[in-house]
Design a protein around this ligand. Structure first.
Ligand code: GTP
Ligand code: MG
Length: 196
């Protein structure tokens, strides 16, 4: 899907810099280090399209990529414990401006670590997404890491949380960028949105 049809476009630090809203877009949001950049690379089959790293807070800009007829947006990770308050506030302002100001945003994918489930910071983002009336879908990442019994518990916790959020899409997608799990499912979801 969209093989060879993905390119890095630009990184922006304010809404002034975003490309014209001339096509539909999807975005990837999630805590720092949850695996957003790795998932973008795995989905597009490009090893280093989005910069992945062990250092939390690596992606601090809103990064725009083309993905076939869509824009794919890699949002800066949130919830990084050591981030200075000023950075956190700047990030929240940018995220709010992005969510409120992007009429072409078709769906947000909210990435949640399959080992940790939904944390307080994720709940805050879900509240923000509910308020912005942006449809969002949870993608569990790093599914190769937890034991099955722990994974089952996390899935149950996430389903419970989703039922309390009106803008949340009820089905979650289980993925591993490392093992390739769930990539076909996610590509199919994205392809369906690209068709309109
Ligand atoms: P920020 O840009 O800081 O918000 O991080 P990010 O969400 O983009 O995370 P990134 O993709 O950089 O991945 C963080 C770390 O998790 C890296 O060391 C990756 O190798 C690792 N990782 C990502 N996806 C997976 C996965 O599916 N399985 C495993 N085992 N590790 C993963
Ligand atoms: Mg990143």
């Amino acid at each position: 899907l969209f093989a060879g049809q993905s390119e890095f476009l630009k990184g922006v630090v304010s809404m002034d810099g975003v490309p014209p809203a001339d096509r539909l877009e999807i975005c990837f949001a999630g805590r720092s280090n949850v695996g957003k950049s790795s998932l973008i690379n795995a989905l597009t089959g490009r090893k280093a399209l989005a910069r992945a790293s062990n250092t939390p807070g690596r992606t601090q800009e809103i990064n725009y990529f083309t993905l076939g007829p869509l824009y794919l947006v890699d949002l800066p990770g949130y919830g990084y414990a050591e981030a200075p308050v000023a950075v956190v506030e700047k990030w929240q302002r940018l995220l709010k401006a992005y969510l409120a100001g992007r009429a072409t945003l078709r769906r947000a994918f909210l990435l949640i670590d399959a080992r940790h489930g939904i944390k307080k910071v994720d709940e805050e983002i879900m509240d923000l997404l509910d308020a912005s009336a942006v449809t969002y879908q949870v993608v569990l990442t790093k599914a190769d890491k937890p034991l099955q019994k722990d994974l089952d518990k996390v899935i149950e916790q996430v389903r419970g949380a989703l039922s309390k959020h009106p803008a949340a899409y009820p089905e979650l997608v289980l993925t591993s960028s490392e093992k390739g799990t769930g990539l076909a499912t996610l590509r199919a979801i994205i392809a369906a949105m690209a068709r309109g």
